[in-house]
Design a protein around this ligand. Structure first.
Ligand code: MD3
Ligand code: FE
Length: 207
């Protein structure tokens, strides 16, 4: 019988309202600068080519991409072919404050959620090391995040994520199934044009 997910895994650290309004605005400006150089692209599922409902971009030395051929990290934008923009120092600062990791982040995946966007339950396993945590930063509309265990098919716990919240997924939490089941439209005025941005800071290579 499958163990129910009744409590949060070790290595899960939630920092509600970690970023104040000024810090959120500054980060949004940083991300506007990134997406001006590296436009949001439409990822698709490998083999089927079915579009994911979020749009993505990246900054830092490596970026995560999803296309017909698979999921992977690469050093260039899949559409423009140019290197990803540098990681804004404000993002590195946040990592250094919360990650408890001696190495620098190598990738920041930018996920943009419009009205109907969701993200199904999945594990993040495309990195070459799981020794560093993933740091998630939520900006804009409120979302319902779900976290399960390390095995497919168990129960999940819902967690409301508001603009400015930061979560660290390290240790056993690093390989937990997780997803976004819904976004509440117009629940925040942070982003002109609405929607939600999630930034995930990651280590890709061993350190
Ligand atoms: C738990 N993003 O980009 S953030 C993803 O809100 C992703 O866009 C969601 O899942 C989003 O892969 C959820 C929370 C999150 C991110 C990465 C994790 C939770 C995680 C990695 C391992 C464990
Ligand atoms: Fe994920």
């Amino acid at each position: 019988m499958q163990e129910a997910q009744t409590h949060l895994p070790d290595g899960f650290h939630f920092f509600p309202s970690f970023l104040d309004q000024a810090a959120q605005n500054a980060l949004v400006e940083d991300i506007r600068g990134v997406v001006a150089q590296a436009p949001l692209f439409q990822p698709v599922m490998p083999r089927s080519g079915k579009p994911l409902s979020v749009k993505m971009s990246n900054c830092g030395p490596l970026g995560w991409v999803a296309d017909i051929n698979g999921y992977r990290y690469q050093d260039r934008h899949p559409v423009t072919g140019t290197p990803w923009p540098a990681m804004p120092p404000r993002l590195v600062d946040i990592w250094q404050q919360v990650a408890d990791c001696p190495a620098q982040p190598e990738a920041c995946l930018i996920n943009h959620y419009g009205e109907a966007a969701k993200m199904g339950l999945h594990q993040d396993r495309d990195e070459q090391t799981f020794d560093a945590p993933v740091v998630s930063i939520s900006l804009g509309d409120t979302a319902v995040f779900r976290i399960g265990g390390t095995k497919r098919g168990g129960k999940t716990l819902p967690i409301t994520l508001n603009s400015g919240d930061v979560i660290v997924f390290g240790g056993p939490a690093r390989l937990c199934y997780h997803g976004i089941s819904r976004v509440y439209p117009d629940s925040s005025t942070l982003l002109k044009g609405g929607g939600r941005l999630n930034l995930t800071l990651r280590r890709v290579t061993p350190f």
